[in-house]
Design a protein around this ligand. Structure first.
Ligand SMILES: [Zn+2]
Length: 149
């Protein structure tokens, strides 16, 4: 099968999040057959829920769509390096591959901080591909925070 990036859809979700006044992060879950199961943007403010990160919402929807707590063979696209909380859920869901855009030295939990996937306690380590459309992912975040200053 040819590789198709779904980062474009994740970027769209991130833009919609910014329009809602949320930190612009978007995520997409794709089945092993290449079908988009779910896509979401941050909704922490709207839902008054600190766990309503794009990845969390997309994973919840994808699991509901499959009727399973596992996303075996699925790929996750997210515009920002997942935080430790999301990385924990990505591992628990047994996501096969993670493609992310911007690096997050402040709150990231995969290449930074807790480094959940390479931690000794990791039950499952997805393949991780970073820097996917990183410039565009980062530009959204930079513009969002610049406008708030
Ligand atoms: Zn997160």
């Amino acid at each position: 099968m040819m590789f198709t990036s779904h980062m474009e859809l994740a970027l769209q979700e991130a833009k919609h999040a910014a329009d809602r006044g949320e930190v612009p992060v978007g995520a997409v879950v794709v089945s092993k057959d290449g079908v988009v199961l779910a896509s979401a943007g941050n909704r922490t403010r709207e839902l008054s829920d600190p766990s309503a990160h794009a990845e969390m919402l997309a994973i919840r929807d994808a699991c509901a769509a499959l009727g399973s707590e596992r996303l075996i063979g699925c790929d996750l696209y997210v515009t920002l390096e997942p935080c430790a909380m999301c990385a924990g859920v990505i591992a628990a869901a047994r996501v096969a591959r993670v493609y992310y855009g911007a690096s997050d030295p402040k709150s990231g939990g995969t290449a930074h901080g807790a480094r959940v996937f390479t931690h000794a306690q990791a039950h499952h380590t997805p393949e991780v591909y970073d820097g996917i459309d990183a410039d565009r992912c980062e530009a959204l975040l930079t513009a969002f925070f610049a406008a708030r200053r």
